[in-house]
Write a protein that binds this ligand. Sequence first.
Ligand code: GDP
Length: 494
Amino acid sequence: QSPNNASSPAAADRLLGGLLSPEFDEGTCLSRYEALRRWKPSPFPVSPYLVERLRLYEANHRRCGPSTARYREAVAQLESGRNADHAECRYVVWLPIQGLGNRMLSLASTFLYALLTGRVVLVHEPPEMKGLFCEPFPGTSWLLPPDFPYKNGFSASSKESYVTMLENDVVRYVDDSSGAGGGANASALPPYVYLHLEQIQLRLQNHTFCEEDHRVLDMFNWMVLRSDSYFAVALFLMPAYRAELDRMFPAKGSVFHHLGRYLFFPGNRAWGIVERFYDGYLSGADERLGLQVRIVPYMAVPFEIMYEQILRCTQEHGLLPKVTNSSEQPRGLRPSSGGGGRAKVKAVLVVSLKPAYYDKLHSAYYTNATATGEVVAVYQPSHDEDQHSEARAHNERALAEIYLLSFCDRVVTTGWSTFGYVAHALAGLRPWLLTPLDWTKMRADVACVRPSSVEPCLHSPPSLVCRARRDLDPVAHLPFLRHCEDVHAGLKLF
Ligand code: GDP
């Protein structure tokens, strides 16, 4: 069946309820058509308004994207050293930092910001990300042309940073919505602004999510943005964007689920890994449990403590059966012979940089029978030992494993891990979240919790002090927000 026949119901399903454009060539991105067969059906309907906005975004990206005359004009303006008064095309350039999970969260947030502000997203793709994701917009490219001059060397204190510009009086905010931008006319502004949204002691910089600041930011035709955070949540804190966000996401807890499925299809190399592993080890099982164990070097939980917590979590919640102390299967629990009976097979996908969790779990279920008679088959696709976000093949394995986790029926993930957040949010599953260790007791009293939604956590909310005096807790004021189960100061959509 042709993916171009968008009018039939089967084609609409194939396009994730209209989320995906029908105008793509299948061979260039196999995962766009194949992933859907392995995901469980989405628990969140896609709003027709979101679909409409995505198609409009795609048309605008085609008009303004790289290799268009409009793009060349905009770059000429940028190089002239001044911002333009009126520009037909406006851009936000995304720069990568940190690991893949952080990158996917910040890029999805940047795309949402672009949707809200009529900008075109351009992605700086360093060599380690080359071909990692398929192009998400038909008939154009989201890749920043390699000769773009401003992609390195930014930090919170850069003179191009919005907050530094405020401090140096290069820009001024106004506290009404006249759009006057502090009386400055747009053509008097520098040619671009850098927005720094990196977490600093679990906070984003002040003045990055205040309405009056966004009115000024809006006057710049070029923005360069660098973030490690899921700042999509912070966009919901600003009343000016709320009406649009409400229409795009009637279910607030589905933002990354939809945007992630729209934007991040693995390129054919990473997809090859996913398909081979899924079809070879997981597809034949009766049930699939994903177990993601993230040990960060600067807060390394000792192996035995983490292993005990995983066992507690999986057994308390009926995710894995207990083992007997014998290799022999108890009589009453043997599958009936004759009737072609076979035991139920539960595949456990262990995803971790370290091999030790897999080794011990595999050995336990290989050596001993289970108390339920189920067969538990434990697999781990790779164990690179250490993070190497600078290496392309390493990142391809990481993306493949995020996808493999997202194909599981149930997932156990590690608190604080953006890698885990992306996997369960893509799947649309609420995970069993392994709670952070209480270092004073060297134990997590509660082994794991079920989060309130499938959404990722924004670890580092912005300060909402803005120009008022009091810092408010937005959770007390907005019904669709919660604090995160693993990062208590963090915020998540619900
Ligand atoms: P976080 O540090 O857990 O929030 O997740 P990030 O994805 O931002 O950074 C961790 C990086 O380490 C990943 O992107 C991978 O490069 C690597 N990594 C961590 N855990 C795994 C894993 O289980 N499998 C693979 N293949 N890579 C991993």
